[in-house]
Design a protein around this ligand. Structure first.
Ligand code: TRP
Ligand code: ZN
Length: 426
């Protein structure tokens, strides 16, 4: 499928089921060595296929144990296996690579890919940053399980998604951290954080493992807000349904390490101690974005509108503004109306205010139409129906209509979701 905003991202002809990544990084030299073993299933007969990979040097490439021909053009790494791959066949591609991983500047000017930090590195992938540190099908529509092993100089730590499978194991002057993600994950949600961290490993009252890594410089400022994480997860489970993954947590780096927070799976990343609202937002993405993932970057509002509405609901339930007050305050802001949430005017705008606040306003209009109880059922039902899957805006509008027979949503879709300008609102 061709993404309407990032036409080069993602590839046709196969579905990745598993990434096994073995990485070694030295922050002193900025040198990364990697082996990616990519298990995929051919969705049609293939004589060649593409992987997304930017920068780095490919050392060798094989398919099912046999050397394959390959060439590179921009971010496309084209692979020609010795033998054609039949539709339905599962095959394994092994790419060995090394070099200095690149930082990618997004169309909106933000930085992603491989970021150097004061004491290590931080890999951030939204929307197309994962291709800077591993080859793959870098599009949200192709989710897979992961094993990520990261070797760093002894004394440093390496944090990633999922759960710590083994170790850490130290051999000589190097330590390896091995992380396992069983639930499907989109490439843009994969992360690696390398550096010095204060680590806390606890469990929530319901038994969910919590792994929190905080840059020591941010520890004091983060303590109070991070102590709320179990309570936020419990509140979100009550609002959105069962937590979709086998562990939770957070990674807090320094403010200058990343310009933004990101909902990396299991363990969102924060540039310095987050505000409570930001923690609520990134954890809400675990349901809306990470478990229910957009089919394309056009469907971004299904991530950001929901995560923003989660903040409004949190405030409402905790003695702050009601969602209606948040709606009204945003309705008055000009920046919310520059374009419709379901149709951003280009890749540079997928993280602009209309995707967030106006997306949340669409949800509030649905709530006003169906009432609180039915709206709650839509929030949990949407997360349950597409759990660990992918969905687009049309899936969402069809779902809402099915859940509220007899209600008329035409105006909400036409004016609030797809329409230009500020609709009237009494
Ligand atoms: N998804 C992040 C959040 O709101 C924000 C973000 C970071 C983002 N990088 C992006 C949004 C790139 C769109 C594109 O939690
Ligand atoms: Zn968000």
């Amino acid at each position: 499928m061709r993404d309407p905003y990032f036409p080069k991202a993602g590839n046709g002809g196969y579905d990745v089921t598993h990434y096994a990544l073995a990485l070694a990084y030295d922050p002193g030299t900025h040198h990364l060595t990697g082996t990616a073993r990519i298990t995929a299933r051919a969705t049609r007969d293939l004589s060649a296929f593409d992987l997304d990979f930017e920068g780095m040097d490919v050392r060798s490439l094989g398919v099912d144990g046999k050397d394959a021909r390959w060439n590179r053009s921009g971010q496309e790494l084209t692979v020609r296996p010795r033998e054609d791959l039949r539709k339905g066949r599962t095959f394994r591609t092994t790419v060995r690579y090394s070099g200095t991983p690149v930082t990618i500047t997004d169309p909106d000017g933000s930085r992603e890919g491989w970021l150097r930090t004061a004491d290590g590195a931080l890999a951030l992938g939204e929307p197309t940053g994962s291709m800077a540190w591993f080859p793959g099908d870098d599009h949200p529509s192709d989710k897979a399980s992961y094993d990520i092993a990261v070797t760093v100089p002894k004394g440093l730590q390496a944090v990633s998604n999922g759960e710590l499978a083994a170790g850490p194991t130290t051999r000589g002057n190097r330590t390896t951290y091995t992380w396992h993600t069983a639930e499907p994950m989109a490439t843009y949600l994969a992360t690696v954080a390398i550096g010095h961290y204060d680590i806390s490993r606890t469990t929530t009252r319901s038994g969910l493992p919590v792994y929190v890594a905080v840059d020591p410089q941010q520890a004091a400022a983060s303590r109070k807000v991070l102590a709320k994480l179990p309570e936020i997860i419990a509140w979100e489970e009550a609002a959105f349904g069962p937590y979709p993954f086998s562990s939770t947590g957070a990674i807090v780096d320094r403010p200058e390490d990343a310009g933004y927070a990101l909902e990396t799976q299991n363990r969102p990343v924060f540039p310095g101690a987050p505000e409570t609202g930001t923690l609520v937002h990134e954890l809400a993405h675990q349901w809306y974005g990470d478990s229910v993932t957009p089919k394309s970057w056009r469907d971004m509002w299904l991530n950001e509108g929901f995560a923003t509405y989660a903040e409004w609901l949190w405030d409402e339930d905790h003695g702050g503004d009601t969602a209606q007050q948040s709606f009204d305050a945003n309705y008055r802001r000009k920046s919310a109306w520059t374009f419709p949430p379901a149709d951003p005017p280009g890749a540079a705008h997928i993280s602009d205010s209309p995707v967030y606040e106006r997306g949340a306003m669409v949800l509030h209009k649905i709530r006003l139409t169906v009432g609180d109880a039915a709206f709650r059922a839509i929030l949990t039902g949407w997360a349950a129906t597409h759990r660990h899957g992918s969905a687009n805006t049309a899936d969402f509008t069809a779902y809402v209509e099915k859940k509220a027979p007899g209600k008329d949503f035409d105006e909400i879709w036409k004016d609030w979701l797809y329409g230009k300008g500020r609709p009237a609102h009494e």
